[in-house]
Structures are given as structure tokens and as C-alpha cells.
Ligand binder design. Structure first.
Ligand code: PFF
Length: 475
């Protein structure tokens, strides 16, 4: 097999739409359906959503364009591509350190991502079990969790957390599927998976949203998501919004540079990047409109935190006719979305290992997936055996975070913004102007705006948001 990257003909996407689908698959994931509603709920809704959207289009979209461009121009893994563009531009190859950090971030995110995705597999089985028992009871379209009280249902999450074996089993299953797909390569693995899973995902999303709109508290959800209360907009909330925008677009974590390295030279990057940003944001908002009507209809707390989706929604499924079916579809939906994202998380570090150590793709996928599995193991045990461990006990805002939350926090609030800062400074100040102009294909006016954003607006915004987010005492 040829090297991992750069051979657009041999290893690249088979068409532009294959790339767009894979990139949207990378962007749309747990970030949209689990993390976005969680953060919006915790940070008061409307105001958070506005800052989030501003971050996506002002900082995120130009960065998506930049990362894909770096990949296509550098034709290597995340670090190698930045080094190649630096070389073409006649500046130090050291800028590739930001690429290295992106690869590390991808590895760390993958480790906990797989654990959370494992919860979805667990709940798919729970729902399947319910469907079987409702068939046996002669009422195949009954509600889910029949005969259980609300406390029993929400308590199921605690039971899952208290069961390391189940957590590890599901985490292992998810990681194994991810490794299998990536081992099959760009064309036969990643592209095929995205081509099947993403259309199925969209159909399910629209179906469940329509269901929620008719049966849930839709108006309340709309007002929660779109009526801003700016008093809730703390520096920490803004840091969360920026981190979430980067996380959701798969920025700062090697995926877009690596996927970009497989893109043909004939593809116009600016419209493609715009499509990715719109699709990702659209899905996040739709996910909000899918989840909050149900949350409000059953009188649940929108600020329930990371358990919102997994703990609250089952309560709703227990009250709706055909609930076990809707529930199963819902968790299958999250599983699909998570899988196309975890593939992209694994691909970044794998491409680097193949390029750097000349390993076979299969071996690289097994090695990186195996190591990420080990870190994920610690995250899973952080809910039970290691529940007292606070890895970042010394750092104010992370002091009380368990292992999974610590890795999520340090990647989302620190590493991704730092990588975003590095990439914007690199493109804004150091990369060759003609190269940028030729690769982006932007018209003169848009190019000027793009440069302004990369050189000034994005770095300053990221810096301010991160510094005051991490050290709110400074304000
Ligand atoms: N964008 C994905 C999500 O929203 O779930 C997560 C992700 C994928 C982050 C790939 C980073 C990445 F490189």
C-alpha cells in the first residue's frame, strides 16, 4: 500500500462530494448532539448560541478553509503539511509543532469520545430489549421503560457508570469498529462509511425533530435557544462557546488538514468550507430543536450537564407512544454521527504514524487505536474505580473535573484554541501570499477580509477568550 497521504489519485477521495460528505461526517458528531445541547443548556441558551454562531462564522469558517488548504497544499499529515507549506513559503518548519499538537489533541479527544459513544451503544441495546419485551407483552408500540418510575430511568445512567465492565465493553466495541474502518483506507473505509451513515443520519434527525415539534414543547425550546439573556454570558461561557465551535467543526485536531491532503486540485475550497460550516451549524441547531422540546415537555432541567441527552431523553421515551422505537432510532442516530467523527479523529494520528514511521495502515490504526483505547479505559474507570481522581486538581476551573471531563476540558478549552491561534498566525503572517491566493481561489475583496481575519481578528479573539476564560479572575 502506498503512503497514507498526498496521493490524491491513489489514496484520495473519489469525488468532491465524497470529500464533502466525509468532512461533514467528521464535523457532525457527539459535538452537535451531545456537547452543544449540554453547553447551551448549562450556559442559559440564547446568548451562548449567538456567541457560538459568531465563533463559527467569524473564526471557524476561515479556519476550516485554512486547514483544508494547508492539507491540500502540503499533501501530508497534519504536521508534515504545515512543514511543507512553511517550506514553500520560505519560513521555519517549526510551525509544524502546531500540527503536532493537533495530532495529540485528536488522540486525546478520540480516547474519551469512544467512551461516550459507547454509552450510545449501551442505550441502543436497552431500547432493543424494550422493543422485544413490548412484543412479548403484545403491545409492540408501547412506551419505553414500562413500569419504571422517573427515578429508576434516570438512575440507569448511574448504574451504567457504576458498571466498569459494561462501560469498557462498549468503549472497546466502538473503538474496534473505528479502527476497522480506518484500517480499510480512505476510499474503501472512510468514504464508504460516510456515504452510508450520513444520509441515514439526516433522515433520522429530521424524523425525530418533526416528532418532537408535534408532540413536545417546541415554542418553549425555540425561545430558550434564541432569546438571549446576556447577563449569563460569563468569560467562561464564551470560552466554552469558542471551544465548542472549534470542536464541532473538527478544527485544531488534525482531521481537516489530513482530509484536505486527499482533496484533488480541481476542488474549489471556499464553497466547500462554507458548506461544511453551514451543515455543521444547521445540525447543531436542529439537534437543539430535537432535544429541548422533549426536555421541556417532560419538565426536565435543561442544565443537567453531560447526562442531559442520556438521562433526560429516556424519561421522555418512557412517556411517548412508540417510545422504545423512537429511542432506539435516536441512539442509532448518535452512534452514526459519532462513528463518522471518530474515524476522522483516528485518521489524523494514523496518517502521521504512517508518514513518520512508515508503518502499514493496518498496523498504524491498531497502534493508535490501541493507545487511545488505554486512555479511554482510564476515562471509563474515572466513573467508578477511579472516581476520586482529579487529574487537574491544581488548576482552578478544572480542579473538580473527573478524568473524562479533564481531558475534554483541556483539549476543548486549551489545545484546540492554541492550535487555532497557531494556524491563523501562520496563514495570516507567514504563509506565502501567492500560495494562499491560488489555493483558496478567493476574489480580491473576500481575500482581503480572509487575511484580516486570519492575521488579526481570529488570533485576538481567540487569545482574549482563552485568557479570560481560563483565568476569569483577571477581569
Ligand atoms: N466534530 C466532532 C463532533 O462535533 O462531534 C468531533 C471532532 C471530530 C473533533 C474530529 C475533532 C476532530 F478532529
Amino acid at each position: 500500500m502506498a503512503g497514507s497521504t498526498g496521493q490524491a489519485g491513489e489514496q484520495g477521495w473519489s469525488s468532491r462530494s465524497a470529500f464533502v460528505l466525509a468532512a461533514i461526517g467528521a464535523a457532525v458528531g457527539l459535538g452537535n448532539i451531545w456537547r452543544f445541547p449540554t453547553l447551551a443548556g448549562e450556559n442559559g441558551g440564547g446568548a451562548f448560541v449567538i456567541v457560538y454562531i459568531a465563533c463559527v462564522f467569524l473564526i471557524g469558517l476561515p479556519l476550516v478553509l485554512s486547514e483544508v488548504m494547508i492539507g491540500r497544499s502540503g499533501r501530508s499529515d497534519a504536521a508534515g503539511s504545515i512543514a511543507a507549506v512553511a517550506e514553500k513559503s520560505g519560513v521555519s518548519r517549526k510551525w509544524s509543532l502546531f500540527g503536532g499538537m493537533e495530532i495529540l489533541a485528536a488522540f486525546l479527544i478520540l480516547s474519551f469520545y469512544s467512551v461516550v459513544a459507547g454509552w450510545t451503544i449501551h442505550y441502543v441495546f436497552v431500547m432493543l430489549g424494550d422493543i422485544v419485551s413490548s412484543f412479548q407483552a403484545g403491545a409492540p408500540f408501547g412506551t419505553a421503560f414500562q413500569g419504571e418510575t422517573q427515578d429508576m430511568i434516570t438512575g440507569r445512567m448511574g448504574e451504567l457508570f457504576g458498571n466498569p465492565l459494561e462501560l469498557i465493553l462498549m468503549h472497546t466495541a466502538f473503538m474496534a469498529i473505528t479502527v476497522f474502518i480506518v484500517a480499510n483506507g480512505v476510499h474503501d473505509g472512510i468514504e464508504k462509511a460516510a456515504g452510508t451513515l450520513m444520509p441515514a443520519f439526516f433522515v433520522l434527525l429530521v424524523l425525530i425533530t418533526i416528532y418532537g415539534a408535534f408532540t413536545g414543547a417546541f415554542a418553549e425550546a425555540v425561545s430558550f435557544l434564541f432569546t438571549p439573556d446576556f447577563s449569563l454570558l460569563t468569560p467562561t461561557a464564551m470560552n466554552e462557546a469558542l471551544g465548542q465551535a472549534l470542536f464541532s467543526l473538527s478544527l485544531g485536531s488534525a482531521a481537516l488538514i489530513t482530509y484536505g491532503s486527499y482533496v484533488g486540485n480541481d476542488v474549489k475550497l471556499a464553497p466547500t468550507a462554507t458548506m461544511i460550516a453551514f451543515a455543521d451549524t444547521g445540525v447543531a441547531i436542529l439537534a437543539g430543536l430535537m432535544i429541548f422540546p422533549i426536555v421541556f415537555a417532560v419538565g426536565l432541567d435543561p442544565a443537567a450537564g453531560p447526562v442531559l441527552v442520556f438521562q433526560s431523553l429516556p424519561v421522555a421515551f418512557a412517556q411517548m407512544p412508540g417510545g422504545s422505537w423512537v429511542g432506539m432510532l435516536f441512539f442509532v442516530l448518535i452512534f452514526f454521527a459519532a462513528l463518522t467523527s471518530s474515524i476522522s479523529l483516528l485518521e489524523g494520528p494514523v496518517a502521521w504514524v504512517i508518514d513518520r514511521f512508515k508503518l502499514k495502515r493496518l498496523h498504524a490504526a491498531l497502534l493508535v487505536g490501541g493507545l487511545a483505547w488505554c486512555v479511554g479505559l482510564l476515562c471509563a474507570l474515572g466513573y467508578n474505580v477511579l472516581s476520586d481522581v482529579r487529574p487537574l486538581w491544581f488548576w482552578g476551573i478544572f480542579a473538580d473535573s473527573d478524568i473524562l471531563d479533564s481531558i475534554d476540558g483541556i483539549t476543548g478549552k486549551v489545545m484546540l484554541p492554541l492550535a487555532a491561534l497557531g494556524v491563523s498566525l501562520f496563514i495570516g503572517w507567514r504563509a506565502d501570499r501567492r500560495l494562499v491566493e491560488a489555493e483558496t481561489g478567493l476574489s480580491a475583496g473576500t481575500l482581503m477580509l480572509y487575511r484580516l481575519i486570519m492575521a488579526w481578528i481570529a488570533p485576538l479573539a481567540v487569545l482574549l477568550i482563552v485568557v479570560f476564560g481560563l483565568f476569569p479572575g483577571l477581569l
